[in-house]
Design a protein around this ligand. Sequence first.
Ligand SMILES: Nc1ncnc2c1ncn2[C@@H]1O[C@H](COP(=O)(O)OP(=O)(O)OP(=O)(O)O)[C@@H](O)[C@H]1O
Length: 260
Amino acid sequence: MAVADTGAEPTVIADDVNIIYKVIAGQGGKGTAATAFRRILKRQDRPSIREVHAVKGVSFTAYKGDAIGVIGRNGSGKSTLLRAVAGLLPPASGAIYTGGRPSLLGVNAAMMNDLTGDRNVVLGCLAMGMSPAEIEQRYDEIVEFSGIGEFIDLPMSTYSSGMAARLKFAIASAKAHDILLVDEALATGDAEFRIRSEKKIHELREQAGTVFLVSHSLDVVLDTCNRAIWLDKGVLRLDGPVEEVVEAYNQSATGATTKV
Ligand SMILES: Nc1ncnc2c1ncn2[C@@H]1O[C@H](COP(=O)(O)OP(=O)(O)OP(=O)(O)O)[C@@H](O)[C@H]1O
């Protein structure tokens, strides 16, 4: 794959990446209650393996300091692509090269629900490789940024999904990341938290990392990213400056030129 020599240091190179999920599917196709019942009773039909081609021949290069919004309709392959960059899904063909360690921050990132918020802060920071001394130093800042307040002493299971997402984002952003992958976490926060997280993403970019942000909120993408990648049914439709890509995406969605 040819990489343009712009002088900037590449952090992620995706080269003709294809990702295929293999799913066990029932046969019979009609999906009515009667056919399902007959199948269970007679155990006739063997399940078949169905393939879902979620990402199709995607290539791009991300550079240090890039904040890339990944946009596209439901099921277009955004989360799949992010998981592949994080190294959690092997491509069926093609390759992803990363310079630095990618950290995936998703709303479903594992946290210990039975433990209190503050225990999760410590665990999360340890998992990111921070030393106990570093954690002690950053602890107040993380809790303050999360805006969880006195709930920090309560188990995570008592948090709303928005509160849990805020805490996860606060923990993940306490450390400078070479490559930070954020999947929709900001969408669950309220307006005030969104502004603070957008500021944080700008800071992370300034620390010369690369940020990928999957979001359905085009406003968030426009405010935080310098570049956008538009996925359409697994295919990369457009990659370029954020305003251009969002504009083209909007046009295709509405069939008219609308500004967001
Ligand atoms: N674990 C899985 N097993 C099988 N198929 C999957 C799996 N995860 C996703 N898919 C399929 O892969 C395709 C892309 O899904 P993906 O979640 O990456 O899309 P997305 O753009 O992030 O969607 P959304 O905007 O709704 O979050 C979809 O067709 C989906 O059904």
